[in-house]
Design a protein around this ligand. Structure first.
Ligand SMILES: O=C[C@H](O)COP(=O)(O)O
Length: 252
């Protein structure tokens, strides 16, 4: 059984004080993690404060990115080893904003995936699809290529615990989300790609999220689909009331 994962990605928003207040406010208001798992990926600067405030430990505190080396002369980078030392369970890898603004290539993303696994954490691997590619009908190959490249050399025992997020970049922050049919099609395609690389059994156990303008008023239709196991929400994960609603989507 795939436990749903409702994840937020704060990007470069909030202050340390606001991050602490958010975690304090959601205590006791999120579902039990064996029913619906919840996570917030936040800037590295906030993580220890959030971990301290997370008294009931229901919310998973995640990182938005990390580097692919564990340590060394890499000024400004975030060490996956240091994330592991503070017990961060999930790291987002390959978000479309990292690809676009920080020139992360498929090769860099693949190295980061290996680094996250090497340090015992779970990557949330994002794959993308642009509006241009969507209208020219190229999206299928694009998503397949990104997933395949990210997983190069990843053994099945690691791949079995990964999370993948399907995030068409035309739907991110635009207010125009993919329809539940489009989101299901993308997530289905990713599952087939994982099955081709590994096996049907492995693919059936992997959680695949949809991201792009997910809100409390559209999450139910997405979560009803067979291949969508959760969401990666940006803007609507920032206010605590909205994140609590997303997390409790089964009661909306
Ligand atoms: O990682 C999250 C995605 O970029 C979605 O962001 P959004 O919900 O603000 O569209």
């Amino acid at each position: 059984m795939r436990i749903p994962l409702i994840a937020g990605n704060w990007k470069m928003n909030k202050s340390v004080a606001e991050a602490r207040a958010f975690v304090t406010a959601v205590q006791g208001k999120l579902p039990a993690p064996d029913k619906v798992e919840t996570a917030i990926a936040a800037p590295a600067l906030f993580l220890e404060t959030m971990l301290e405030a997370n008294v009931d430990q229901v919310l998973r505190i995640a990182a938005e990115t990390c580097y692919y080396e564990d340590e060394g002369a890499y000024t400004g980078e975030i060490s996956p080893k240091a994330l592991r030392q503070i017990a961060i369970p999930y790291v987002i890898v390959g978000h479309s904003e990292r690809r676009r603004y920080f020139n992360e290539t498929d090769d860099v993303i693949n190295r980061k995936v290996h680094a996250v696994f090497r340090n015992g954490m779970t990557p949330i691997i994002c794959c993308d699809e642009t509006m241009g590619r969507q209208s020219s009908g190229e999206k299928i190959h694009w998503v397949v290529n990104q997933v395949s490249a990210a997983l190069k050399g990843v053994p099945a025992e690691d791949a079995a615990r990964m999370v993948i997020a399907y995030e068409p970049s035309w739907a991110i922050g635009s207010g125009s989300r993919a329809s539940s049919d489009q989101a299901e099609e993308g997530c289905y395609l990713i599952r087939q790609t994982i099955a081709d690389i590994y096996s049907d059994d492995l693919a059936n156990g992997v959680r695949i999220l949809y991201g792009g303008s997910v809100k409390p008023d559209n999450i139910s239709g997405l979560m009803a689909r067979d291949n969508i196991d959760g969401v990666l929400a940006g803007g609507s994960s920032l206010p605590e009331e909205s994140f609590i609603q997303l997390a409790n989507y089964q009661n909306l």
